[in-house]
Design a protein around this ligand. Sequence first.
Ligand code: CP
Ligand code: NVA
Length: 317
Amino acid sequence: MSTRHFLTDIDLTAQEQDRVLNLAAWMKQNPYAVKALAGPQTAAVIFDKTSTRTRVSFAAGISALGGSPLIINPGESQLGHKESIADSARVFERQVSLIIWRTYAQAGLEEMAEHSASPVINSLSDDYHPCQLLADLLTVRERLGSLQGRKLAYLGDAANNMANSYLLAGVTAGMDVRIAGPAGYLPEERIIRAAEDRAAETGGKVTITADPSVALADADVVATDTWISMGQEDEKEQRMQLFGDYRVDADAMDKASPEAVVLHCLPAYRGAEITAEVLDGKQSVIWDEAENRLHAQKALMAWLLVESGRADEETVE
Ligand code: CP
Ligand code: NVA
C-alpha cells in the first residue's frame, strides 16, 4: 500500500473529499471516538511561517486522536538550511507517523513527500492552503446542507494560496466558483487549467473575472482573505490601493444571495479586505470555520493514516 499525501486540494478525488468531510462531520459529534494515532504516536507539525489556528487545531487534533504533537517553530530545526529536505524526510519518516508542514515553496513539500513513507500534509504554502478549504467546505455544508452547484465568490488577492485552494477544492465539490481580483493578481494558467479539468469531472464551474459584481451575482458563499499574505509585508501600501475595489462590505453583500454565508480563513484586517460590519455580522460563519479546522484535520489525518496502511480500516468506520 503506497503512502497518501495531501499537498494540494486536488490530491483528493471528489469522492475522497466527500468521504473526509462526512468523517469530519461524524467526528465532530464523536470527538474522541477515533484513535488513529494511539500509542501515542508522534506527529510533527513544522512551521516556517507563523500561525495561530493551524498550530492549535493540529496540536488539539493530534492529541484527540491519541497521539502526541511535536511542534517545531520557525528556525528551530536544521530543515532546509543546514540539512536538505530529502535528508530531513528520511529522519522524520522513521520517527513520526505524520509530517505536517507550513512552508513557502510548494516544491519543498513535494520533495518531502517524495522521500517520506509517513504521510505529508501541506498546512499552507505560497500556492495552496488545502486544510483550510476542508474546514471551509465543512462549514458551508453545515450551513447550506450541500455543496454541489453552490455559487462561491472569492474577492481580493486572487493570486494567493487561498484563491487557488478555493478554486481547486470548490470545483472538486462540484461548486460554481467565481474568483475576482485585479488584472495581474488572478490565478496562474496552470491552476485554472487544473480547476477546469476537475470541474469537467464533477459538474463544477470556473469563472475568473476582474469584475467583483460578476463573481457576487446571487452567490451562496462570499469569501475573502488578507490582501497581505505572510512574506508580503513590504508591499502593504501598494496592496491596500490595488485591491480596494474588491472589499467585502455591505454593498458587496447586497449583490449576493440574501442567505449567503461569509467566510474568512483569518487572521483578518477589519476595514481592509472585509469591513467589521460584515465580519462580525449575521451572515458571517468565521468562528465555525475556525473551529472546523480541528474537525476537518482530524478526519484528514485519520483517513490518510488508514489509506496509507498505517491505521486499521475499522479506525474510521
Ligand atoms: N487560517 C489560518 O491558517 O490561520 P493561522 O495562520 O493562524 O494558522
Ligand atoms: N493568504 C494568507 C493566509 C493566512 C492563513 C497567507 O498566506 O498569509
